[in-house]
Write a protein that binds this ligand. Structure first.
Ligand SMILES: CC(C)(COP(=O)(O)OP(=O)(O)OC[C@H]1O[C@@H](n2cnc3c(N)ncnc32)[C@H](O)[C@@H]1OP(=O)(O)O)[C@@H](O)C(=O)NCCC(=O)NCCS
Length: 186
């Protein structure tokens, strides 16, 4: 659906894998430095994200939903939701990233709204995500959208490789027990 600013949000397809992976790697380099190791961010992160997104967007099992935001020129952001991920907390927003120089233009809000709509249409259950403890800007964004911080834990290493982390960074769980409420925050 296109709005008056030319922003369009649509389901992602396999043809988007390359552009999503490039945005994902760029965003991790800019925002996850400190928690993720320089060795990983300066090295394998591009190839790693390409592999992840090619696999995800090639899947046809209906267990996930991915949306991209774009204008007529470029990909501006994306969100990926693993449906019914957790029996207690519900569906998981696994990744949400907006292109660096287009932050604070309500693109993240639009993408969260689209994800909430997909979850609500899928069936009952909550919505949750993990955010790095160092990522206070994203925490402010989730709080603005009505999420509550409900748990602190150690961050998981990308691809399960501890060498991809610096030490033992923490992550926070933010939850929306009633994701329909997000639809009112658009
Ligand atoms: C976090 C992110 C997805 C938010 O998307 P966005 O398009 O920049 O945010 P929006 O413009 O939709 O913001 C909606 C509201 O959230 C709040 N908010 C957003 N970013 C904020 C920030 N940096 N500091 C404080 N509040 C913020 C504001 O209330 C904002 O409304 P306002 O701009 O009218 O004040 C985006 O900034 C991003 O990609 N960050 C880098 C990657 C990242 O951290 N992803 C999350 C991983 S868990």
């Amino acid at each position: 659906m296109t709005n008056q600013t030319g922003l369009r949000v649509r389901p992602a397809g396999l043809a988007d894998a390359r552009a999503i992976a490039a945005l994902h790697a760029d965003s991790w380099r800019r925002h996850y430095s400190g928690a993720y190791s320089d060795l990983f961010l300066d090295g394998d992160v591009g190839a790693d994200r390409s592999q992840v997104w090619t696999t995800r967007l090639g899947a046809t099992d209906g267990k996930a939903a991915t949306f991209v935001a774009e204008d007529e020129e470029a990909l501006l952001g994306f969100i990926h939701v693993a449906l019914d991920d957790d029996p207690a907390w519900g569906s998981l927003v696994d990744n949400l990233h907006v292109i660096y120089d287009r932050k604070r233009q309500r693109i993240g809000r639009r993408l969260m709204g689209e994800a909430a709509r997909a979850v609500v249409e899928h069936g009952p259950g909550g919505l949750y995500l993990w955010v790095l403890e160092q990522n206070v800007n994203a925490q402010a964004f989730y709080e603005e959208l009505g999420a509550r911080c409900v748990e602190r834990a150690l961050a998981a290493a990308p691809r399960g490789d501890p060498a991809h982390l610096n030490g033992m960074p923490a992550k926070l769980r933010y939850a929306w027990p009633e994701p329909a409420g997000l639809l009112q925050r658009q």
